[in-house]
Every structure is written in C-alpha cells, then in structure tokens.
Design a protein around this ligand. Structure first.
Ligand SMILES: Nc1nc2c(c(=O)[nH]1)N[C@H]1C(S)=C(S)[C@@H](COP(=O)(O)O)O[C@H]1N2
Ligand SMILES: [Mo]
Length: 495
C-alpha cells in the first residue's frame, strides 16, 4: 500500500516537473502555449453554447478558473495512475504520461512545450522509480534516503523551472503604454458632479479602466509589438490598404464617451462599462479602401490569433461614432482591452463589434463567411437592448428604516440614450426616478429615487425609457442568442 502511494506520488511529481518545464519553454517561445492553458483554450472552443452559458451563469467571471482547475485536477489524477502503472511496468506508466502531455501538442498544435514536458516528465519518472525499493517480496534496492533525495531534487528543479517560467512570462506580458496625440474632435466635457459623488452605492459614471469588465475567449492575453502591428482592410473593396499604428495616429482622432455591453450580461448583471474612447472613425479607414462599390454586408474582423467577429456593415457606417480605438480613459488600450487597437461601435453588443487586438477587416457577406460566434448560432444583428439595474440597496441586504435612496444605472445606447427611469416598490405604481447628468445618447445614465423604507420585506424593480420612446422590455429573454431582457426585481429587508 505504501509503495502504491509512493508510486502514485512519483507520477504526480514527474508530471508536475514536466509541466513546469513545458511552462518554461512556453514562456520562452509563446506564453499562451503553456500546456494546461492550451488544453483549456481548446475546451472553450469546443464547448457547446448551452454549456458555456451555464458555466458563465454558474461561475460568473470565475468560469475560466473553474475550467483551468478541472483540467488540472483531471491531469493530476491521470498522472497518479501513470505512477501506479510504472510500479509494475515502467513503459506503461511512461506511455500514459506521454499521452497526457501530448494532448496539448495535438489539440492545440503546441509542440515544443509539450515535447519538453513529455521528455522531462518521463525522465523524472524513470529516475524516481529507480530510486525506489523494488516492490518484489524481499526485494532490497536503494534506501528511503535515496527516494527522498531524488524526489526533493526533482521538486526543486520543477519549482525552479516553473518559477523561471512565471518570471519570464510576467516580463514578456507587461503592459506597454504608447503616448497618443490629442483628439482632433474631443468629447464634450465630462460631468463634474456625477451622481455617485452624492448617492453612495451608485455605479461610477466612468468605469475606472482596471474595473472595466473583460469578456473574451482567451486564457492568456496576446503579446503584440506595436511596431510590428498592422491593420489591413481587404475583401470586397476598391483596394486593399494596410495601416501601421503610426498611420492611425497620423489621422484625425475622435474622442467619445461610449458604454459597452456584453450580450452575455444577465438582467442586473455587471458586463457593462462606460469609458472614454479615442480612435480613428471607422468610415475614414473604410474610405481609404473604397467601399462605394462594395456588395459586402458585413465587416469580418480578425484578431492577432485569427479569432473573428462580424459587424453589420450598414449599422457600422450609418453615421454613428464607430471607431478603431487606440485609447481608453486617457491612455493607450490595456492589453486586456485590445492593445494596440480594437473596434468600438456604439449600440451594438461587443460580440458583433468590439474586436480586440484587431489586425484585419474583411468586407464580405454573411452568406460567404461566418465569424466565431455566428458558427455557434449567436445572432449577427444584435443591437444592445434597453436595460437598467438597481445598484443600491444590494439584493437581499438589510436596510435601516427611514429615509434612504434606491439608485442605479440604465442604458439605451444609440436609442436616444436614457430619457427616464421608473422604480416600482412592492408591485405598486411605477414612479419616476431622478436622473444623473447626461453624457450623450451612447452612454449610460445614473438614477436614484428617495425612499422612506418601512420595516419588513420589500421588492424593488426598475425599468428604463429610451429617448426613442421605447420602454425596457418586461419579457424575459436569456442572453442567447441576442441579449437578455426582463425587469430586474430585488428583495431587501428593512429592519
Ligand atoms: N479578439 C477578441 N475580441 C473580442 C472578444 C474576443 O473574445 N476576442 N470578445 C468580445 C466580446 S463578447 C465583448 S462583450 C467585448 C468585451 O470587451 P472588453 O473585454 O474590453 O470589455 O470584446 C469583444 N471583442
Ligand atoms: Mo460579449
């Protein structure tokens, strides 16, 4: 029994040292190719949409941690089994270990780190099993001390390789900032006294960059050298054109306050943020390529790794402030939000517009080419739905009786903005809330309603009214395929 545990441990240790080596090799070649992450990325791409939905719903923004954790746990169990097999027949254990580390090599085509992980893993397993006493009755062999020394050495080497990999990765993935020119067309002044300065608990009018929600299919962020980066417009255009980053900065830049929303946002959810974007108007770029004669109906954007996002051409060129953004809240884009450039289209959900790390815009048709989410049956035409959220009080919280406020945020981008918000207490009449300052029709709006809270349980609901006159839909819809809808109603206790 002791010997079995020992060999299971050998399997795990050998695998860990192998993976650490793979991590180091990956750090030196391409940090996104770390074996666990490679398998994880593949799992994300292959996961059916309903399961993905469920994961996002159940684990929220921890969905990726859960995924990485599950892959890791699975690998470790198999590693222990490989160790057990090696106890009787080394070749069997070594074979299982090799299969384990070759999975990322095959599914994610990441050969170098996997080969290194496999070679080192098998070597360590061989070395550990040789140090252990033979399981045969009366078998002698090397001492306990030899096992401890071998295991200790392997663990130290693994820790060293893993640590070095981590250091190199963090150096290579550091943020780079580029200084950007002033906008030729600046945004109007931002309100000096947003509501959050007066009503505690209401979402800040401008989302600090570090707090801006992040949604993408990646487990690691791409490393893009701005000096090598280019943006090409091709497909059904008069002429293909390619821009360097400096070419973009030489064009007149516009600055706009735009609220971005993810289609995966649930009613009352947090996948929404307001920022000040700096960029080149999309139509200025398309005009350089010439689209007067085009029969395209979509812009198919491609990112540095070939991920694709489709945008309806007519919507993107209807006069709204669509842009290729290079700046966010006064700095160049952070890596998480698309450095060095991304698309931003007010009024469209991010999955049909906001391509980060963009390198190509191909003018084509929906009939001819499918983008990443189109292949997964999401909508292609997906305007952001009118929505509102209660920020304060928090759902299921306890509130002191007496004078207080109900407050939150609402959005109706490119539908005239938010013209009104109404609040309903305990199913009563809809009451008009007071609105915070307007930041334009593509931006969200803060709101609050003074409320005298009587002891007991209360249900609080809100709904937005757009400048277009349309009212937030009460019909419940799930995020798939074109965005959630419904009225958020929270319950609080006053005591
Ligand atoms: N390259 C790339 N761009 C992408 C995505 C992605 O997965 N890959 N996700 C999109 C989605 S679904 C949304 S909602 C926005 C989110 O942008 P943010 O992470 O900057 O908030 O980016 C969009 N752009
Ligand atoms: Mo999204």
């Amino acid at each position: 029994m002791r010997s079995r545990l020992l060999f299971a441990g050998f399997g795990v240790l050998a695998t860990l040292v192998g993976v650490a080596t793979g991590h180091l090799v990956a750090a030196l070649t391409e940090p996104a190719s770390s074996p666990v992450l490679a398998v994880g990325s593949q799992v994300i791409d292959l996961t059916p949409t309903p399961l993905k939905e469920w994961a996002i719903r159940t684990f929220g923004s921890h969905d990726k941690d859960v995924l990485v954790g599950s892959v890791t746990a699975g690998v470790l169990v198999l590693a222990a089994i490989a160790g057990l097999l090696a106890r009787r027949r080394f070749e069997l254990g070594a074979a299982l270990l090799l299969v384990l580390v070759l999975i990322p090599a095959v599914v994610a085509e990441q050969v170098l780190p996997s080969v290194a992980a496999g070679a080192v893993g098998v070597a360590v397993l061989w070395w550990l099993t040789r140090a252990a006493p033979t399981p045969a009755p009366g078998g002698s062999g090397p001492s306990r001390r030899a096992v401890l020394v071998a295991a200790g050495t392997a663990a130290a080497a693994g820790a060293l390789a893993g640590g070095a990999g981590r250091l190199i990765t963090s150096y290579r993935t550091r943020e780079t900032t580029v200084s950007l020119p002033a906008p030729a067309d600046p945004a109007p002044p931002f309100p000096a006294r947003p509501l959050d300065a007066r009503v505690p608990g209401v979402t800040p009018l401008r989302t600090p960059t570090g707090d801006f929600y992040r949604v993408d299919t990646r487990l690691t962020l791409p490393i893009v050298d701005v000096d090598d980066w280019t943006l090409t417009i091709d497909g059904d255009v008069s002429r293909s054109v390619t821009f360097t980053f400096d070419d973009l900065l030489d064009m007149p830049l516009v600055e706009r306050d735009i609220t971005m929303t993810c289609v995966s946002n649930e009613v009352g959810g947090t996948y929404v943020g307001g920022a000040r974007w700096l960029g080149v108007p999309l139509t200025d770029l398309l005009d350089r390529a010439g689209i007067a004669e085009t029969s395209a109906d979509q812009i198919l954007s491609t990112d540095v790794d070939g991920m694709t996002i489709s945008t309806p051409l007519d919507v993107a060129t209807d006069g709204r402030d669509a842009m290729i953004a290079v700046g966010m809240n006064g700095s160049s884009l952070p890596r998480a939000h698309g450095f060095p450039a991304r698309m931003v289209v007010p009024g469209l959900y991010g999955f049909v517009s906001a391509c980060k790390w963009i390198t190509r815009m191909t003018l084509t048709t929906y009939a001819e080419q499918d983008a990443y989410w189109t292949r997964r049956d999401w909508a292609t035409d997906a305007p952001i739905k009118i929505a509102s959220r209660v920020d304060t009080p928090k759902p299921l919280s306890t509130v002191e009786p007496g004078r207080t406020v109900i407050g939150g945020i609402a959005w109706a981008q490119h539908q005239g903005g938010v013209a009104g918000v109404e609040v309903r207490v305990d199913g009563g009449d809809w009451q008009r809330a007071r609105l915070g300052p307007s930041v334009g029709t593509d931006y969200w709006r803060q709101w609050y309603l003074p409320w005298t809270a009587e002891p007991g349980q209360h249900a609080l609901a809100c709904r937005a009214i757009a400048g277009s006159g349309d009212v937030q839909a009460a019909e419940r819809a799930t995020p798939f395929p074109d965005g959630s809808s419904g009225i958020q109603e929270i319950v609080v206790t006053v005591a």
